[in-house]
Design a protein around this ligand. Structure first.
Ligand SMILES: NC(=O)c1ccc[n+]([C@@H]2O[C@H](COP(=O)([O-])OP(=O)(O)OC[C@H]3O[C@@H](n4cnc5c(N)ncnc54)[C@H](OP(=O)(O)O)[C@@H]3O)[C@@H](O)[C@H]2O)c1
Length: 206
């Protein structure tokens, strides 16, 4: 059976998923947005940030999101930022399809992650990801522009938002430009933890 296509992001309470400038990526706003995930044991191990860390529902959510993912798709800007930051053993451990206009050979990392660069659009990238994911799910990893393309194309089945207790005021809005007339949402789960509120929705066509 084919898996689902989903995304899972951290969002500020006022709807932003990234600071205005990519240069601020490791700045205060980004750290506050992600403050729920950095202490989690699974996240720390996967990013090689050192041992220890919290266990509990936040950690389980990070692990479950990883385990359900058989392949990821991401935009070029997320890849460019990650290329600078991920450890040599990149944290995906599956194929990753990067939608881009740039032509580039596949980039294989130790630990099972291979980045494939797809030049003919989001549907081709998704077809390739589905093929290798088998019965596991495909994660549209980000960033905002790429997620929105998939939402507006009606290709997302489900999404999760970790709503962080932080206000940005400005930045990159997750749903800026969404085709709201096309998308209907069905609540699946709402899980508050000490650090964030985890919201999951199924996407239905209107
Ligand atoms: N809050 C979170 O949980 C979270 C999660 C992930 C990412 N992010 C944030 O998201 C930001 C990056 O997102 P972004 O929206 O700026 O960019 P993005 O979606 O990562 O990448 C956009 C780029 O991907 C390429 N692309 C996208 N669609 C394409 C298509 N159909 N055909 C060919 N190329 C295509 C284009 O690059 P080229 O034309 O240059 O090839 C485009 O400029 C980062 O700041 C990151 O922090 C946040």
């Amino acid at each position: 059976m084919a898996g689902k296509v989903f995304f899972s992001v951290s969002m500020s309470l006022d709807g932003f998923i990234a600071p205005e400038s990519a240069g601020d990526l490791m700045g205060r706003q980004w750290m506050e947005l992600q403050q729920w995930i950095f202490p989690q044991r699974f996240f720390r191990e996967n990013l090689k940030l050192g041992g220890g860390g919290e266990e509990g529902r936040d950690n389980d959510i990070v692990r479950e999101t990883f385990e359900r993912t058989g392949a990821s798709v991401m935009g070029r800007r997320m890849f460019d930022a990650g290329e600078q930051m991920w450890p040599e053993e990149a944290p995906f451990h599956t194929p990753v399809f990067v939608v881009t206009h740039e032509k580039r050979d596949p980039w294989e990392r130790p630990g099972g992650t291979t980045f494939h660069f797809v030049n003919d659009g989001i549907e081709t990238a998704l077809d390739q990801a589905r093929e290798v994911a088998g019965d596991r799910d495909v994660r549209i990893a980000g960033g905002g522009a790429t997620i929105l393309e998939y939402v507006n194309a009606g290709l997302i089945d489900e999404f999760s938002i970790a709503l962080s207790p932080v206000l940005f005021g400005s930045g990159v809005r997750l749903f800026e430009g969404v085709d709201a007339g096309r998308v209907a949402l069905e609540p699946v789960r709402a899980e508050p933890t000490r650090r964030a509120t985890h919201l999951t929705y199924a996407v239905r066509e209107r």
